[in-house]
Design a protein around this ligand. Structure first.
Ligand SMILES: *Cc1c(COP(=O)(O)O)cnc(C)c1O
Length: 392
């Protein structure tokens, strides 16, 4: 990594820049080459049959994929990391690596919608039963354990509603029955939350969001503990998973600037929300890094920062037309799914039919915002004029 080993343990900001980096292996160029490859040649048949050459076939990885996997392995404190075609693909891969026919999987009611779709439509066909739990249960999730419970999925904060989960308490409960704990950590990224240090076995990222950071690539990552690594690595190889080198390279490039981007997303989000929460058209604001948020204490204990994704409810009795007029009146916030790029985005949120294990206010109209890297005053002005227009 460097000419001489550094003495003091490096801070995450520093590791973000230097992990997985080996310039002297590539003639001194700072970044690794983008290796486009299927065939890899061997110098002689003995080397070919020995299985000892580092690279043997494009599908099994190359110096570009290794660079990103190694960087994330160091950032996540993992036994190993595997890349996937998208965040959802990473989630499917991780779940399939730790459940078998006859097993029972627990999923939080606040899981990302497509995660639910995968669990509901694919897993039952393979004999895996799926049960949703209240994300606020913490260690009491054990009341739902069965002899067949093999894995507990977590996501914090939850999709759309931003509930925090007590991850260490869930880990402690799951350890008693040797169940695998997974965590979708896309919101905080490995920079602001370290799932494996909290005892999680499989830490998931939609790299599409903050790691890539520029809304131009789909990517997923799975970081595994010692216990989960063997199963993950084997399934990844057996299924022929592979991410194109150009996309991997852009993921690696994005990773290097994650810290400065997240710091600005965090600062802008707090500025916008501290203004937004006092607006007469606005009900609850959902963001665990606000000290008024019910998840604040857990966030403060387990996370070291917050990102740009948040939501707010309009006050009760706001009409659908008003909520939609607000979104249409926004000029700087794009209407678009996904998030984690440099730009601000908004989507309408209706919880009707989206939760099955908990009660939510189905009649409210809400908006999910991704606060981008624009100047926060411009974002506030944009929201202000849109609120005034919609509620005129
Ligand atoms: C977007 C997202 C995913 C899925 O990532 P894709 O790359 O879009 O497949 C997973 N989890 C969360 C929390 C997300 O927001």
């Amino acid at each position: 990594m460097s000419r001489s080993e550094s003495r003091a343990p490096l801070k995450p900001d520093t590791r973000l820049l230097h992990s997985g980096q080996d310039p002297l292996a590539f003639h001194g160029f700072v970044n690794p080459p983008v290796v486009h490859a299927s065939t890899v040649l061997f110098p002689d048949v003995e080397t070919m049959v020995s299985g000892k050459q580092t690279y043997s076939y494009g599908r099994r990885g190359n110096p570009t994929t290794d660079a990103l996997e190694d960087a994330l392995k160091e950032m996540e404190g993992a036994a190993g990391v595997k890349l996937a075609n998208s965040g959802l693909n990473a989630i499917a891969l991780a779940i399939l690596s730790c459940v078998r026919s006859g097993d029972h999987l627990l999923l939080p009611d606040t899981a990302y919608g497509p995660t639910r779709h995968f669990a509901d439509t694919v897993l039952p066909g393979f004999g895996v039963s799926v049960e949703y739990y209240d994300p606020l249960l913490g260690g009491d999730v054990k009341s739902l354990f069965r002899p067949q419970t093999a894995a507990v999925f977590t996501e914090a904060p939850g999709s759309l509603t931003f509930e925090m989960q007590d991850i260490p308490a869930i880990v402690a409960a799951a350890r008693e029955i040797d169940a695998t704990v997974l965590m979708d950590n896309t919101w905080a990224s490995p920079l602001y939350c370290q799932p494996l240090a909290l005892g999680v076995d499989l830490s998931l990222q939609a790299g599409t969001k903050y790691i890539v950071g520029h809304s131009d690539v789909m990517l997923g990552t799975v970081a595994a503990s010692e216990k989960a690594w063997k199963g993950l690595n084997a399934l990844h190889g057996a299924m022929g998973c592979h991410v194109a080198p150009d996309d991997v390279y852009l993921g690696l490039r994005g990773l290097r600037t994650l810290s400065v981007r997240l710091e600005r997303h965090q600062r802008n989000t707090l500025t916008v929300l501290n203004w937004l929460k006092n607006q007469p058209q606005v009900g609850a604001v959902r963001y665990p890094a606000l000290d008024s948020d019910p998840g604040y204490d857990l966030w403060k204990r387990d996370f070291t920062g917050s990102s740009g994704l948040c939501a707010f409810d309009f006050v009760k009795d706001t009409a659908r037309e008003q909520a939609h007029a607000f979104l249409d009146a926004l000029a700087l916030f794009g209407l678009g799914f996904s998030w984690g790029g440099y730009e601000s985005l908004a989507i309408p949120v209706r919880l009707k039919g989206q939760r099955t294990a908990t009660k939510v206010a189905e009649d409210l109209h809400s908006v999910r915002l991704h606060i981008g890297l624009e100047h926060p005053e411009d974002l506030i002005n944009d929201i202000d004029q849109a609120l005034k227009k919609a509620f005129a």
